[in-house]
Design a protein around this ligand. Structure first.
Ligand SMILES: *Cc1c(COP(=O)(O)O)cnc(C)c1O
Length: 392
């Protein structure tokens, strides 16, 4: 059969069936025996809560991150909430957070009756910068939540300097960044999540290290903070049935920990395969007017939780429709700035209702399929389809 051709005579690739944003099934099949065995071991042991699988995972994650204390919890949103609760902030205290992020980063601030102060981000890396934060610091500011969006570290060195100068806590939202490494100007290399006072991550199934349900973790190098975090996550009790403070109930269950124990040793490989997919996208999406590929920072590795393009000229929705017709899913992370969300309107302490870069990004970003199981054939089909949109 003749290969169909595009109007310009270029060969058009035959459609690839069943392309997904995230392919959890193929990833499972590659380790089915091991993961089935690990889950069944928990079932047979009956150690569903805080069993050996949880303790093993806690230790393994401490080693992986290079941190002294990991406190597993129920999900990434809880991780952020517990982190803020452990810092002993008072109602009305201000916490700086980027306006361009997933809602959880700011939701927990408002939930605790603290004031979210939303700030802008870098339009090329999508991350919050020290310069975005500095102007928002007031005498009520107590903490900053940098979000390592899409899998690349914020430029933390100047943010850390700012936090030290103003005596602010740093709580990293590392839900999308697990595995990324940041290099300081003196050559020191550290994993994201270990750069501030507390790191928070999520094991939501589609995250780079995803469980088969919900899960999360908090980490810190401070023994004192780790004790507080553990207490808060466990009904505020140090000793059983003695409650020192009002906490919550947030646990990583043993079955999820068993799955994560199988996947953590594979995370570097998953992230490597995501990078190869991103390299392919980068190489094959160059030179298109109106399309920007994501900028890679020199001082951070990228784990490509998302591969996110910017499409200008109001053509994003048309591109999304074009891809959909070709059977290619895409997502808009995130279509609405946090200050424009109904839940937050008028609540931000600095009364922000417009930030230019955030506004621009909500209109221009589009994320392509990104996971550890994308083959070149599929990637070529996707990039070919994007090119066809711009060539026509
Ligand atoms: C996923 C995510 C969270 C929340 O994690 P959950 O486990 O879904 O509660 C928080 N922040 C960011 C940036 C995320 O991507």
């Amino acid at each position: 059969m003749a290969t169909p051709t595009a109007p310009d005579g270029r060969a058009q690739l035959p459609p690839v069936a069943n392309i997904q944003m995230v392919d959890l099934k193929a990833q499972y099949e590659a380790m089915q025996q091991e993961v089935d065995g690990a889950i069944m071991e928990v079932v047979r042991s009956g150690a569903f809560i805080n069993g050996p699988a949880v303790k093993n995972f806690q230790a393994a994650l401490e080693r992986f991150l290079g941190t002294d204390h990991v406190v597993p919890c129920a999900n990434g949103t809880d991780a952020l909430q517990i982190a803020l609760m452990a810092l002993g902030l008072s109602p009305g205290d201000e916490v700086i957070v980027p306006a361009f992020t997933y809602v959880a980063s700011a939701e927990v601030i408002a939930l605790l009756r603290l004031s979210p102060v939303m700030v802008d981000v870098d339009p090329r890396t999508f991350n919050v910068r020290a310069e975005d934060i500095e102007g928002a610091i007031t005498d009520k500011t107590r903490a900053i939540i940098p979000v390592h969006l899409y899998g690349q570290s914020c430029d933390m060195e100047p943010i850390i300097a700012l936090a030290q100068k103003h005596h602010l806590y740093i709580v990293e939202d590392n839900a999308q960044g697990i595995g990324a490494e940041y290099t300081f100007s003196d050559g020191r290399v550290q994993r994201t999540g270990t750069l501030g006072d507390i790191g928070c991550t999520s094991f939501y199934p589609s995250k780079n290290l995803g469980a088969y349900g919900d899960g999360g973790a908090i980490n810190t190098d401070s023994l004192e903070l780790s004790k507080k975090l553990r207490k808060v996550a466990n009904h505020g009790q140090g000793r059983r049935y003695y409650h020192d403070l009002v906490g919550c109930n947030s646990r990583l269950d043993s079955i999820q920990a068993a799955v994560l124990n199988c996947k953590l040793p594979r995370l570097a490989g998953y992230n490597e395969r995501r990078n190869r997919a991103a390299d392919f996208y980068d190489a094959h999406l160059q030179g298109l007017t109106g399309l920007l590929t994501p900028q890679r920072q020199e001082n951070s590795t990228h784990v490509f939780h998302q591969y996110t393009l910017r499409i200008d000229g109001g053509r994003r929705e048309a591109l999304q429709e074009h891809l959909k017709e070709a059977g290619i899913p895409s997502m808009i992370y995130y279509p609405v700035a946090l200050y424009d969300q109904e839940a937050f309107r008028g609540t931000a302490a600095n009364k922000i209702d417009f930030l230019p870069n955030t506004d621009l990004l909500t209109k221009e970003v589009i994320s392509l399929p990104m996971h550890s199981e994308l083959d070149e054939h599929t990637l070529a089909y996707i990039t070919d389809s994007v090119r066809t949109f711009f060539d026509r």
